[in-house]
Write a protein that binds this ligand. Structure first.
Ligand SMILES: NC(=O)c1ccc[n+]([C@@H]2O[C@H](COP(=O)([O-])OP(=O)(O)OC[C@H]3O[C@@H](n4cnc5c(N)ncnc54)[C@H](O)[C@@H]3O)[C@@H](O)[C@H]2O)c1
Length: 383
């Protein structure tokens, strides 16, 4: 079967050559935790000139550049800005990475698009469906691209899920159990921007929930969601002995039942903390075969072989899919590389907003349903 888009990278990685005839002017918005991965990839791209970085916090970009070991001529070329607007207004960018906390994703992305700048947008796409719609509209009006930062898509085992589903081996897929969580893993490595309502907007639901959904929905071709019945709680973030309980303002556990078009149902759950070792494997049930995706402790990768279950001539059989190694450059490299190539070649975003908006609509439906306590309809406007 021929695959297009992202899949082209898998097949071409060995003989891949970078077109150095044109350099792209690139910037970064937000000099926090994930920006360190973006800068390291940009610095090793021969066709990128990193020309500007913005952060709201005074002195943060300078410290960031020190920590990242950026000195000499390369550092001299990087201008420092106080916010995304200053950077975009001044730096004449071809592309920018939006590495802010979730609540600033839409704001920065839309501003960049309105000023003719292509965007590599960190996950989750944003916080609400309304924001995702606004991003899609701005993207369409601009003629530029937004690619969503789902680097697990470049993991070959993750790609195998898509290949298996699209091969027809499973028959009609009718039910999916997806998601999982960490036993203790509320993310506060560099501060509290993941757990404060004003910066994160949503908690585990968006942070690792978006990866879990992408893992399988990408394989299914992102069918549209119709309804969601969701639940959320914050028992761990608000626990008496949790040191950041006073600022914790999002969910640490969320999930729900989602009905998709084409008769597919999804049971979904996600947690930053829980009193159990695992919520179990993810499962894709089809009429010809079922797929088991072993539980992953961190919800961004696959740690053990996939298995296919079916009945062959009256006998139950299982096929183990051997694990494949990540590409040698790492998945983050290909997330950035595929975005840069799309910008240069004027082609579609490798992880497009047409998929991101569906992921966001499910998160939004679960959030709204959990808030009001009953099922909601999900409507994604045509853009
Ligand atoms: N892809 C991954 O593996 C991965 C891993 C971690 C985080 N993330 C995502 O990356 C995003 C950022 O996470 P983080 O941990 O780096 O956050 P962080 O809080 O460490 O850094 C965000 C920075 O953005 C700055 N900022 C916010 N709004 C700004 C604006 N308008 N202009 C300029 N600067 C602005 C903040 O001051 C802050 O320094 C989150 O959405 C998160 O979900 C992705």
């Amino acid at each position: 079967m021929a695959y297009t888009g992202l899949d082209a990278y898998k097949n071409n990685q060995d003989n891949y050559t970078i077109d150095r005839s044109r350099k792209l002017r690139v910037g970064i918005i937000g000099a926090g935790w994930i920006a360190s991965s973006h800068i390291q990839e940009y610095l090793r791209m021969p066709d990128v000139e990193l020309v500007g970085i913005a952060d709201l916090i005074d002195g943060k970009v300078e410290r960031f550049l020190d920590d990242q070991g950026v000195h000499g001529e390369v550092r001299d070329r990087i201008k420092i800005y106080k916010n995304h607007k200053e950077l975009i207004d001044d730096a004449n960018l071809d592309a920018v990475s939006v590495c802010t906390y979730n609540m600033q994703h839409a704001n920065c992305t839309i501003y960049a698009l309105e000023h003719g700048v292509n965007v590599l947008l960190e996950k989750p796409m944003c916080v609400t469906l309304d924001e995702a719609v606004a991003i899609r509209k701005a993207e369409k009006a601009s003629g530029k691209i937004v690619s969503i930062g789902f680097q697990p898509r470049f993991n070959p085992n993750m790609r195998m899920i898509k290949n298996i589903i699209q091969s027809g081996e499973l028959g009609k897929v009718y039910h999916i159990i997806i998601g999982g969580g960490r036993r203790r893993g509320i993310p506060t490595p560099f501060g509290t921007t993941f757990i404060e309502k004003e910066t994160a907007g949503i908690g585990a639901l968006g942070d690792i929930g978006c990866y879990a959904l992408d893992m399988v929905l990408n394989g299914l071709g992102y069918p549209k969601p119709l309804t969601a019945s969701g639940y959320m709680s914050d028992y761990f973030g608000k626990a008496d002995d949790y040191p950041f309980k006073d600022v914790f303002g999002v969910d640490d556990f969320a999930g729900g039942l989602v009905r998709m078009e084409g008769g597919v149902t999804i049971e979904f759950k996600t947690a930053w903390a829980m009193n159990i070792d695992s919520m179990g494997d993810s499962i894709v049930l089809g009429t010809k075969a079922g797929l088991r995706i072993p539980s992953s402790g961190h919800w961004g990768g696959i740690d053990a072989p996939l298995k296919i279950y079916r009945n062959l001539c009256g006998v139950d059989v299982e096929t183990v899919i051997p694990m494949q190694a990540d590409p040698s450059e790492g998945v983050f490299y290909w997330k950035v590389r595929s975005f840069l190539d799309a910008v240069k070649n004027g082609t579609a975003a490798p992880v497009p907003t047409s998929e991101g908006i569906i992921n966001q609509a499910i998160l939004d439906g679960i959030y709204k349903s959990a808030k009001i306590g009953h099922e909601v309809e999900i409507e994604i406007p045509e853009i």
